[in-house]
Design a binder for this molecule. Structure first.
Ligand SMILES: [Zn+2]
Length: 274
């Protein structure tokens, strides 16, 4: 309780420390940091120590601070009406599913502006099939498709993907890490890659699998009944994208699901940007 009281004091007196309002957080590691002796709490609130902490943090965050203030000056305040309308609601046209890799930010490479794309990122940009355990990807799909009513889903893969490499490297029988138990969602892509590209070098197999896994994710999207229904009605388009950051090129294609002919799936509108 002492800690909670202390946290509340900090919150009132130092609004910039509101992130310290921990009681509702069930994260064990964070709580551990606050279960120390009273002296620890005292140290943290000590002005001198706090200054040192702030100074240390400011070194790390100076660049981010300047970027944010420039964003506010050059974009937010110059487009105030637009940003204020975004404060009331969002109606993005895209749901983008891309890799968490730091080199492949979709807003950076495709120029999505605030309000244009609902984005979910995960290791290897995978979409699990409908009949699997709940995941944040599924929550994002449900919200963006059924509530935001996005018109496009774009799954973006990329070159030299560590997640795909992990998928291609792992022993199928052992899934002892969080990474392994996640990338197993791309197992179908690995299997089909091994079937057609096992004569290639491992690097080339990975590149093949990077693209194959995008198509597997696109097919998995069609296992969601409410996505398939919208696709068949022409209310939702499903696209694949592949960003190669080695030669800076982008390949894009669209899935066509012909519900009139046994749900035959084909690719259309393939484009290559370089
Ligand atoms: Zn990746």
């Amino acid at each position: 309780m002492i800690l909670r009281t202390q946290v509340r004091f900090l919150e009132v007196d130092k609004p910039h420390l509101r992130f310290l309002n921990l009681p509702s957080c069930n994260s064990t590691p964070k709580l551990k940091a606050w279960k120390g002796p009273m002296t620890l709490t005292k140290e943290v609130v000590d002005e001198k120590e706090m200054s040192a902490v702030t100074e240390h943090e400011s070194n790390e965050f100076t660049t981010l601070k300047h970027r944010f203030l420039n964003f506010k000056k050059d974009k937010y305040l110059k487009n105030l009406e637009h940003y204020q309308s975004l404060a009331d609601e969002q109606s993005p046209k895209f749901l983008v599913i891309s890799c968490a890799d730091s080199r492949v930010c979709p807003s950076n490479i495709l120029g999505f502006q605030p309000g244009e794309a609902f984005v979910v990122r995960n290791i290897a940009n995978l979409v699990p099939p409908y009949e699997t355990d709940p995941s944040e990807v599924k929550a994002a799909l449900e919200f963006s498709v059924n509530t935001l009513k996005v018109e496009n889903i774009l799954v973006i893969g990329h070159s030299r993907c560590g997640g795909i490499r992990a998928l291609m490297s792992m022993d199928d029988e052992t899934n002892s890490s969080f990474i392994r138990s996640w990338v197993i969602n791309g197992k179908a892509a690995k299997t089909s890659t091994k079937a057609v590209a096992s004569n290639l070098s491992f690097d080339h197999q990975c590149k093949h699998c990077e693209k194959e896994s995008i198509n597997c994710s696109l097919m998995n999207l069609l296992t969601y009944p409410w996505i398939k229904e919208k696709v068949n009605k022409g209310e939702l388009l499903i696209h694949g994208g592949y960003y190669d950051f080695v030669d800076c090129s982008f390949e894009k294609w669209t899935l066509e699901n012909n519900s009139q002919v046994d749900d035959q799936v084909s690719i259309k509108n393939r484009e290559f940007w370089s």
